[in-house]
Design a protein around this ligand. Structure first.
Ligand code: AMP
Length: 358
């Protein structure tokens, strides 16, 4: 893409959840209009957008009409059906591009890509049968985690194996889906880097955040993370290398394990990321605006943090406490407009400012 989008241009977003919603809000602030494409009814992003298409990704007519109505297409999740993308690309550009989607949709391709760059991942083996699983356990050892190659998120599609004799039951739990066995990484911390890359190759990364998961779902992100300066530099440089290798345009999340042997990449997400929500209240230009700027060919923000911050997800019924949070002047409250507070459902998040940036 050579020309920058002008205010008033239309940005198409595939997926209408909270990430799409916050992208649309950021885009609106820069004068863009957003068109959401989402198969489910009443998407959270639709409440704040110019236009919404409610149709399945298999509906070629609806997908083509959507693509014709926008200047560029981006997305809030990585598992977009290939046929829909192929069709959209005949009509308008998609950012980030296909290389990033291919590398992040499949855990084996992702790990091959990362190790090809000389980065560390957990030891892994492809598993397509219970026999493969037994062989993988013999090689990698236990404890280990069996994950489906595709469509996993928030700890879903995963089962932990504590001993070799659990192979058959783990294979059953995962419904015999094409999988990967990963050695269990003994980490001292989990961190993530939210990076952005512009079409001209400029790269900006936010400070790494330290993540705590509960039941496989992100609970808090704390910034700054407890890292040495060397670890911080490593985290940022490896994120830049990943983005360069993919000729990436947009915001990318990189999840890392901190270990005595260095940083180990858990996974990459070619989109704005839950562990980057803190940027909304601790940076002038947050990850959502940064993504919109990148795909629009606008100058990137510098990623600087003005405050220390803790982001806490509000999951399910936790959203009931919002009145107290709203009364706290240190808290930036972000609710997603979801009607029903089901267990495990991300309803909103709060960014608590803990002081000026250290
Ligand atoms: P994922 O969906 O792959 O991001 O995994 C969700 C969470 O499970 C991670 O954030 C870690 O807390 C944990 N986890 C995943 N893979 C591993 C691993 N190989 N070793 C240790 N913990 C892991």
């Amino acid at each position: 893409m050579s020309k920058a989008l002008k205010p008033g241009a239309v940005i198409g977003i595939l997926g209408g959840g909270q990430l799409g919603r916050m992208l649309a809000l950021a885009a609106a602030r820069l004068g863009f209009r957003c068109h959401i494409y989402e198969p489910g009814a009443e998407p959270p992003a639709g409440q704040v957008s110019w236009q919404v298409t409610t149709a399945p990704y298999e509906d070629a007519e609806a997908v083509a009409a959507f693509a014709r109505s926008v200047d560029i297409v981006t997305y809030e999740f990585e598992n977009i059906p290939t046929a829909a993308l192929d069709l959209i690309e005949t009509i308008c550009p998609v950012r980030p591009g296909r290389a990033a989607l291919a590398a992040s949709q499949d855990r084996i391709l992702e790990k091959d890509f990362l190790t090809g760059l000389g980065l560390q991942t957990a030891p892994f083996a492809a598993v397509d049968s219970v026999g493969d699983l037994e062989a993988a356990i013999a090689r990698i050892g236990a404890p280990a985690i069996l994950k489906t190659r595709r469509f996993g998120y928030d700890g879903k599609g995963q089962v932990r194996l504590n001993a070799p004799d659990q192979a058959a039951s783990a294979w059953e739990t995962i419904n015999g889906a094409p999988s990967v066995l990963e050695g269990f990484v003994e980490f001292s911390a989990e961190i993530s880097v939210i990076g952005a890359r512009a079409p001209d190759g400029a790269v900006v990364c936010y400070d790494p955040g330290q993540n705590v998961h509960v039941d496989g779902i992100l609970h808090t992100t704390t910034v700054p993370a407890t890292l040495t300066l060397g670890q911080r530099t490593d985290a940022v440089i490896l994120t830049g290398r990943i983005m360069n290798a993919l000729d990436y345009v947009g915001v990318l999340g990189v999840e890392l394990f901190v270990t005595p042997k260095g940083l180990i990449v858990n996974e990459i997400a070619p989109r704005v990321h839950n562990s980057g929500h803190w940027t909304q209240d601790a940076c002038i230009i947050d990850q959502f605006e940064q993504h919109i700027r990148a795909i629009a060919g606008w100058p990137l923000g510098d990623g600087r943090r003005h405050s220390d911050v803790v982001m806490t997800n509000l999951i399910g019924e936790q959203v009931a406490g919002v009145r107290d949070l709203a009364a706290d002047p240190a808290c930036g409250l972000h609710l997603y407009g979801k009607a029903e507070a089901r267990a495990g459902r991300k309803m909103g998040h709060v960014n608590r400012i803990t002081g000026p940036a250290r």
